[in-house]
Design a binder for this molecule. Structure first.
Ligand code: NAD
Length: 410
């Protein structure tokens, strides 16, 4: 089963719960538009390589398409399609006026120079330029891309269409980006943790957290959790993980990575594989790297009490079932990692009227939107005795259904 079929299993649960007719299910499941392009690039060694690029627009019933651009070797049509549909349900769940889309370039950014990445990005944007627009489709960063990539996106689009800061979010602040966008996804995850603290009377210093992935999302999750007083016992990146039962010094690790690029050789800790990191005994496990890392082969070994999905689709549906049967609580991706697209919405709004919000406004509004979505989901979980994922999908799908009917599509 590909990732797109996996996500659609969760959609099917919501569709059954809402008793949707067949035709409506078909409208909502299928992407409205899929574009695959060839991206020819002159490499630094003077050879020419052609990369596959995608922009998949899943649904724009509630507003312009919105979704990140991923640079990863596995970013094929199925993965990008799945991620595009997750964006539709996510923007709906947190009730911001966007639809869902995703982009991808099948490449390994770790093996490319900064100049090659610049050329790939410009060619990619030229190839999808006719499909995107401030009120049509607004890209953003994702796995393997960052604010520098978004600066190139804005510039490439601007070369054709003139100055258009609202064409992309996650830009550097100097080019019209929002303060707080960099930390937004990780901060949003921790807003959900704050809601859990209030609800369950937790004392952070007595609780152990494990974070897989130490890029944009994972490093901010770890940094904010550390500042809140949690004990972070393990973190990892693509090279493996580091563990300390007494808790890791996260600010020191962030400084270490700035100089050394990867976590691997960091001292004052024990080295673990990414697999071992996921299977550690802890209170909160926060996968913040790639898809499908918890699957049928390792789900029964997971010892965390609660999983917060900071990454998109880190758990396969069969593993989800195993974990639910074990009694774990899983806070799903479309809720947990929505902070990024929420602050992207704030950035787009600021670009439209050319004003800048102060950091305090961004953080306060982000927290309000995240906690309000959490309360909506929790209410449905309690009243319908369903999982957090099921409840999140029911809310996300239902809002899109209502908008579909109001627009008169069916
Ligand atoms: P990133 O490229 O900044 O960081 C990815 C991290 O994962 C790096 O530390 C990398 O070393 C690690 N990693 C890569 N492959 C791995 C593997 N096989 N095993 C373990 N670790 C691995 O990416 P990011 O922006 O932090 O995104 C991480 C996840 O969060 C993705 O699933 C992405 O879709 C999701 N997400 C990101 C945002 C955002 O605003 N950036 C928003 C919502 C969701």
């Amino acid at each position: 089963m590909n990732t797109s079929d996996s996500v659609n299993q969760y959609f099917d649960f919501a569709a059954n719960h809402l008793d949707l007719e067949e035709g409506l299910r078909d409208i909502l499941k299928r992407p409205w538009r899929e574009l695959q392009i060839a991206i020819p690039v002159r490499m630094d060694d003077d050879s020419v390589k052609v990369f596959n690029g995608y922009r998949i627009q899943h649904n724009a019933t509630r507003g312009p398409y919105k979704g990140g651009v991923r640079y990863h070797p596995d970013a094929d049509q199925y993965e990008v399609r799945a991620l595009a549909s997750l964006m539709t349900w996510k923007t709906s769940l947190v009730n911001i006026p966007f639809g869902g889309a995703k982009g991808g370039v099948q490449c390994d950014p770790n093996l490319l120079s900064i100049n090659e990445l610049n050329r790939i990005t410009r060619r990619y944007i030229l190839g999808i330029e006719h499909l995107i627009g401030v009120n049509r489709d607004i890209p953003a960063p994702d796995l393997g891309t960052n604010s520098q990539t978004m600066a190139w996106v804005m510039d490439a689009y601007g070369q054709v269409n003139g100055y258009t800061p609202g064409i992309v979010t996650g830009k550097p602040v100097e080019l019209g980006g929002s303060v707080g966008r960099d930390s937004a996804t990780g901060r949003g995850v921790m807003n959900i943790v704050e809601a859990l603290i209030e609800e369950r009377n937790w004392t952070p210093r007595n609780m152990e957290i494990v974070v897989q992935g130490f890029g944009n999302v994972g490093s901010w999750v770890a940094r904010i959790a550390y500042d809140m007083g949690f004990k972070i016992i393990a973190v990892s990146d693509v090279t493996g993980g580091i563990y300390s039962k007494s808790g890791l010094n996260i600010p020191e690790i962030i400084e270490y990575i700035k100089k050394n690029k990867s976590i691997k050789e960091y001292s004052n800790s024990e080295y673990l594989s990414n697999q071992d990191v996921l299977e550690l005994d802890c209170d909160l496990l926060i996968p913040s790297a790639i898809n499908n890392v918890i699957n049928k082969s390792n789900a029964s070994n997971i010892k965390a009490d609660i999983i917060l999905e900071a990454a998109n689709h880190p758990i396969t549906p069969d593993a989800d079932q195993i974990l639910n049967d074990k009694g774990l609580t899983i806070l799903p991706d479309i809720l947990c990692n929505a902070g990024g697209v929420i602050v992207s919405y704030f950035e787009w709004t600021q670009n439209l009227y050319q004003r800048h919000w102060p950091e305090e406004t961004v953080f306060t509004e982000l927290s309000q939107v995240m906690k309000s979505a959490y309360r909506d989901v929790k209410t449905l979980v309690d009243s319908n005795k369903i999982t957090f994922r099921q409840a999140a999908f029911v809310i996300g799908v239902e809002r899109v259904v209502n908008a579909t009917k109001l627009r008169g599509y069916v």
